[in-house]
Design a protein around this ligand. Structure first.
Ligand SMILES: [Zn+2]
Length: 115
């Protein structure tokens, strides 16, 4: 850490509040949601962790020199079939039963593959 680095507050899940240089923090923002997290390495236990933060705190950390990464939700989320019925409790119950029975699961998968 250089003498002129601005220090930011981090919250290690094991050690609690700590201070590190803003330049050692990576902010992460999901482009589809106003969802901010940061990745940092705790100065006490040396573990790297990810924690949630707020947009104002992220903006302040970015202005102080933290790196910002942007990420997007997987494209597959937009590929769900429209008009398909929603999952029901019966669907979940049948899935749990199939996962407990290899023969029935394989038979069900074979039926899907033949469609
Ligand atoms: Zn720690």
């Amino acid at each position: 850490m250089h003498d002129d680095d601005t220090v930011v507050v981090i919250d290690c899940p094991d050690c609690g509040i700590g201070l590190i240089a803003a330049s050692e923090v990576v902010l992460r923002s999901c482009v589809e949601r106003d969802d901010w997290q940061y990745r940092a390495r705790c100065p006490h236990c040396r573990c790297t962790f990810v924690a949630a933060t707020t947009r104002p705190a992220a903006a302040a950390a970015a202005a102080a020199g933290a790196t910002v990464e942007y990420w997007g939700l997987p494209a597959e989320l937009g590929e769900r079939p429209s008009g398909a019925p929603p999952f029901t409790v019966d669907d979940v119950t049948r899935t749990v039963a199939l996962l407990a029975d290899d023969v029935a699961l394989h038979a069900a998968l074979r039926r899907l593959a033949l469609r």
